[in-house]
Unconditional design. Sequence first.
Length: 383
Amino acid sequence: MTIGDILAIVGMAASAAGVVGLVAISLLLVLRRRTLTLQLQVVSAAGVVAMVAGIATVSLAMYLSSHDLLVSLWVSGVAAVVSLAMATGLGVVLRRSAGRLRTAVRAVGDGELVPVASSSGSELSALAAELTSTSERLASAREEIARIDASRRELMAWISHDLRTPLAGLRAMSEALEDGVARDPANYYRQMRDQVDRLSALVDDLFELSQIQAGVLRVAAAPVPLRALLTQAAAELAPIGLPRGIRIEVDADDAEIVADARLLSRVIANLVVNAVQHSPDDSVVRVTARRRDDGRAHLTVQDTAGGIAAEQLERIFDAGWRGDPSRTPEPLVGRSAGAGLGLAIARGIVSAHDGRIEASNVAGGSRFDIHLPSRAIGEPAGA
């Protein structure tokens, strides 16, 4: 057989297969919205028919005997039946896998967790695994949104309560002064000023918390001596514990860290006030600070208040969370009652320094640990 004969055979077979291929493509376009099984049958049949058409065309051109041609067609027919059967079986398997994936997608849309399910083919299995991962992420996001929404409602309830109380007191005292029934006007004026200070502190806390949550709290980083910072904070806060005999002890290194001294003092103050508020009489609140070899700073505030309930440790840094919703904390001497914002603000400030704050229980009390990085922070939080 010469090269010319081979080229002629290839050309005839290619022509016959091309015609069949065009017909198959037209059918697939018509059936593009039909089942996957039917489309697989068309593809499988197209391959076999193209082969049969090629054999028949070449056989007729080569003047093979009718017997040889009939044998070839029967062999091709059997191959076609087997191919169609295999395509049908594969289509059924793929249709079932597609049905499971469709159910999984519907479950993801309904907010359900999708279990890991195996599917035919690595591509479908990868898609099923991705759906499972997506459902887990969505469930986690929904839980976080629900937690934040619950925290927001609690915060609004506490803020409403804390606003209503001083406003009612101011109204009652102003009416007493206006009606001339106040026995000690000077004392009333002092109480009114205290209530105004309480409202002003609450507004300041809300403003600072809004900056933190919006990611616009600016951190003016500069070298800060640990011992001087904590000693000054303890001296300013010492009077709040004196009526109950609570002492504030400081143990700090002489090293410096890079931080915003004003904001860091605010964090220490919030933690110490919280510790004094819940500590028993004649106890000690310990504030320590160490600068590690890697430059990171580790600050702790530890009390002897008996510890924090496990269910409260998870939410203690949420805005408005007070642990016991049945009471409002009494104001400490020289401080106004908080609205459950102190620890949330402390966490926000530490996060703005790219650090972290943690609460844990220790023997006889609780401890708050602050971990600050060694590098300077000078940009807005969240920038």
